[in-house]
Design a protein around this ligand. Sequence first.
Ligand code: SAH
Length: 218
Amino acid sequence: MRPVEDTYRHKGLRKKLVETVRSKGITDEKVLQAIENIPRHFFLDSAFDEVAYEDRAFPIGEGQTISQPYTVAYQSQLLEVKPFDKILEIGTGSAYQATVLASLGAQVYTIERQRALFDQNKTFAYLKRFPSIKFFFGDGYEGLPTYAPFDKVIITAAAPDIPPKLIEQLKTGGMMVIPVGAGEVQLMMRITKLPNGVMKEEVFDKFSFVPMKEGKKN
Ligand code: SAH
């Protein structure tokens, strides 16, 4: 069961979480504000109520996880989200990251490859507050050619390589934030599509994501 109440206790725990995330190096105040505003415990089963505001990943079913708040903040900060940015997210999962991006004013197109997780979000009432998020069931490696190009692309699963179709769907001047690596640990990368056609690659810190897999799972 999902919790439905956002109490003063939850709000207080969120303030502490924001300070933790800030102390780990996140400086974007808008991102920090989004973390403070969004009731993360709504995205988890009520069994996690006591721990929902620890800076940790938690299981959300189907062997997948809701990312650690620090990681969500880190990727969001690297994306330099501006109001009305059109963002493609690969790996909807709990939809927590998608709501953080929507809170920053983005139009979010998010893809999940696991039917069970995609279906869970259909009945998640809190998401009704975010009409700027569009949910898709599909293989993120394909992207969403019908809706391309995007200002930004964010991948929230570990990619062994940079998916070429997603680079194609990026606008000129657009950016992709992606954890790259085939093993347990990945490097966060930011790829910028420069006007001269060159891909600028920046490498940031190490993270550990669940793997990005090919194809859909019904
Ligand atoms: N952004 C999520 C993180 C979920 S974990 C959150 O905020 O909770 C990563 C998710 O990526 C999982 O749900 C997994 O099923 C999904 N995934 C993995 N490979 C994928 C692919 N090729 N296309 C779409 N989703 C994928």
